[in-house]
Write a protein that binds this ligand. Structure first.
Ligand code: ZN
Length: 241
């Protein structure tokens, strides 16, 4: 990893989280480093801002890396309003862990913090820096969904089989899980019984509406936001047959 000479403060930050342009390591070298390091860097890419961040939360001795909070506040800022917010450190940790679980795969963020002016749902955890919508390149969202649910307590997982991301939030209470069958730009269409739908396979086969192939990533979290608050109470809106 190459760092160009710059002011000391900025150099420290860059060591934690480098833009893609400055990472000139070959694929093979990256691979061997990923294998060796206990806390390998995880590549995060924001599909809306097009920014890349190489996240490391601890150094080779396991000591916490400084500056992570600031970098993540910036990286996960509201892409609609460009506003920063203090992101929950546990959320950062879980994003890192998810990325580390699939070495060499890029974590692709669709939406992190959402400013109140664009968060339609008054209870959206995105408004509080507690949530992130993301996927992992080359990994099925069904795998990501199952991994998150099986690995971490006190989280909310929203599965959107007709969109391209999984919602993750950190919370104090018991874990929550919901399925929203709506596609991008459509109103929320919650599963009446998300766990049952996983068992029966309905979660991955039910297609309630025609999906518009022209949708853009940029818009998908708008509609999703009105759905997120459903979370635990999602059972209210049972999809039709
Ligand atoms: Zn979300």
């Amino acid at each position: 990893m190459k760092v160009v000479p710059i002011a000391a403060g900025a150099r420290l930050l860059l060591a934690l989280c480098l833009v893609a342009a400055s990472a000139r390591t070959t694929g093979a070298a990256v691979k061997s480093r990923v294998k060796k390091a206990r806390w390998p860097p995880v590549e995060l890419f924001h599909v809306n801002s097009k920014e890349t961040c190489h996240l490391r939360i601890a150094d080779d001795r396991g000591r916490p890396v400084r500056g992570v909070q600031k970098r993540m506040d910036q990286f996960l800022r509201c892409h609609h309003t460009n506003t920063k917010f203090r992101m929950n450190p546990r959320l950062t940790r879980l994003l890192y862990e998810a990325g580390r679980h699939w070495p060499g795969r890029r974590v692709e963020v669709v939406s992190g913090y959402r400013h109140p002016s664009v968060a339609k749902n008054p209870h959206s955890p995105h408004k509080l820096g507690l949530a992130c919508d993301f996927r992992i390149a080359g990994v099925k969202n069904t795998q990501l969904r199952d991994y998150l649910r099986a690995t971490f307590p006190h989280i909310g997982v929203g599965y959107y089989p007709n969109s391209s991301f999984v919602h993750l939030d950190v919370r104090q209470g018991p874990a929550a899980f919901w399925i929203d069958y709506s596609g991008p730009g459509e109103g929320a269409l919650y599963s009446g019984n998300a766990r049952e739908d996983l068992k029966t396979g309905r979660a991955d086969t039910f297609k309630p509406t025609k999906i518009d192939p022209t949708w853009a990533d940029d818009d998908e979290d708008w509609q999703h936001d009105s759905a997120t608050g459903g979370g635990a109470g999602a059972a209210a809106a049972r999809p039709g047959p």
